[in-house]
Design a protein around this ligand. Structure first.
Ligand SMILES: Nc1nc2c(ncn2[C@@H]2O[C@H](COP(=O)(O)OP(=O)(O)O)[C@@H](O)[C@H]2O)c(=O)[nH]1
Ligand SMILES: [Mg+2]
Length: 447
């Protein structure tokens, strides 16, 4: 049974002027519709035809390459016809309209991929990976995500799943067939397998976690008291006047965001309202937003004014509360007489800068150094979304629970099932029959 019971059509390339454009027709009646559009009686699968495409009044719409992917050997498991036609919105629309005239309907957003999921052609993790690949904004992100296309994650999940099913079947055997002859070292081997799985998952999880900022872009929050030069530094880093700079304290009230690329990675910089005690309502909201930006960031650029007395205890306190993040301290206005007492900043990496020269770019160099990733291991599997990380995190949690409950088979089995369910969120649905099949094939207990 295939997932799609009718026929859908959509333009698969961006709308605009381009050399070529692709229209995809998919589902139950797509082959018949394509034959009518091309005025042919057959279409050989996976064969590139150069053909005229006609409307229902026998007028030529365009001439293009047409390829028929016969179900189930298409990316989503349905019949798919791809029209590679000349770019330009009118040509594509005309072909879509003819398909609609012949009974197709417009595809919903993401429907082609959803069908691939329902037909078991791609799992959720693979679909997410493709979406991430399309939206990647940096070369590093692209390299990490493209590696996943090789199917490393899917294969790993499958192997782990089989492993857990095997463990589960051993346990079912212990529960239901305790009086039967079972390998004596079974418990030991289960424990060993479990520890191996936990170790491997842990390392994938940690490795992936460390790469999330590379995939989604690092968030850098500029914080500091009013008037220390935060917005000036932002503008200098961006090489444009993005934020308003003035010597009036409280000029920046809203959160201002823009991005730069350092070492092929995206850094999303957030300039914030100066943090200090104020009764001014709008500024107060701005300061709340500053703290929010701070909590979401992985890099903090704390700016101090080197030309005035130290009065920044609340900023230092914020830094001390965020020692798990990358912290860079910029002592600004180095062009002026420096009187700031930096004793309280001795825990941090400080850089002296001035917006009047190019010293601000030292901040770029420090960021570059901090975000350098070690050479990527070609074989490493990377979870590319928060959802995937959460699935693996709960799988690890369940396996760790199970590891300590081996003496109570029922509870142990419960936790293994929990781990399997977490994995299923990444891949295919879980069925009890599968456990039974596995169980009988391993132990030949057939009763
Ligand atoms: N002399 C000097 N003035 C600076 C420097 N950086 C910023 N300023 C001035 O300090 C004032 C406050 O700057 P701004 O960037 O708006 O500070 P913010 O409130 O922290 O965003 C402005 O008048 C800037 O021109 C610097 O490195 N040297
Ligand atoms: Mg400002």
């Amino acid at each position: 049974m295939r997932a799609l019971t009718d026929t859908i059509v959509a333009i698969s390339t961006p709308i605009g002027v381009s050399a070529i454009s692709i229209v995809r027709l998919c589902g139950y009646d797509s082959l018949n519709i394509a034959k009518r559009l091309l005025k042919v009686s057959t279409l050989k699968p996976r064969y590139a035809y150069l053909k005229y495409i006609y409307d229902s009044n026998n007028n030529v719409i365009d001439r293009g390459i047409v390829i028929y992917f016969k179900a189930p050997n298409s990316f989503n498991g349905e019949d798919i016809i791809e029209f590679q036609i000349h770019g330009g919105i009118l040509v594509s629309k005309a072909i879509v309209n003819e398909c609609l005239n012949y009974g197709a309907r417009l595809a919903n957003a993401g429907e082609f991929s959803k069908i691939a999921l329902l037909n078991g052609k791609l799992n959720l993790a693979e679909i997410e990976n493709i979406a991430k690949l399309i939206s990647a904004q940096s070369l590093q992100a692209l390299q990490i995500i493209a590696r996943n296309l090789k199917g490393g994650l899917a294969n790993f999940i499958n192997d782990l799943r089989l492993n857990l099913l095997e463990i589960l079947s051993s346990i079912e055997a212990l529960i239901d067939y305790a009086e039967e002859d079972l390998p004596s070292n079974l418990e030991e081997s289960i424990q060993k397998k479990l520890l191996l799985a936990i170790d491997k998952l842990d390392s994938i999880y940690q490795h992936s976690l460390s790469l999330q900022n590379v995939i989604d872009g690092h968030k850098l929050a500029i914080i500091g008291k009013p008037n220390v030069g935060k917005s000036s530094i932002l503008n200098k880093l961006l090489l444009k006047d993005r934020a308003i700079v003035s010597d009036i304290a409280g000029t920046t009230r809203d959160v201002i965001e823009d991005s730069i690329t350092i070492n092929n990675q995206i850094i999303k910089i957030v300039d914030t309202a100066g943090i200090h005690n104020t009764n001014e309502q709008i500024e107060k909201i701005g300061i709340e937003k500053s703290l929010e930006a701070l909590s979401e960031s992985s890099i903090i650029l704390a700016v101090f004014d080197g030309s005035r007395d130290f009065d920044d205890d609340e900023i230092v306190d914020l830094l001390l509360q965020n020692m798990d993040k990358i912290i860079i301290v910029a002592i600004n206005k180095s062009d002026k007489l420096q009187i700031l007492n930096t004793d309280k900043l001795s825990n941090f990496e400080c850089v002296s800068v001035s917006i009047l020269d190019n010293s601000v770019f030292k901040i770029r160099d420090i960021i570059a150094e901090k975000i350098t990733i070690n050479a990527l291991n070609n074989e490493s599997i990377v979870l590319s979304t928060k959802r995937q990380l959460e699935c693996i995190e709960s799988c690890i949690g369940a396996l760790k629970e199970a590891k300590d409950k081996l003496s109570d088979f029922e509870i142990f089995g419960f936790h293994i099932n929990e781990a399997l369910r977490a994995l299923d969120l990444l891949s295919k649905p879980f069925s009890n029959e599968e456990i039974l099949d596995k169980m009988f094939s391993t132990f030949c207990l057939g009763k």
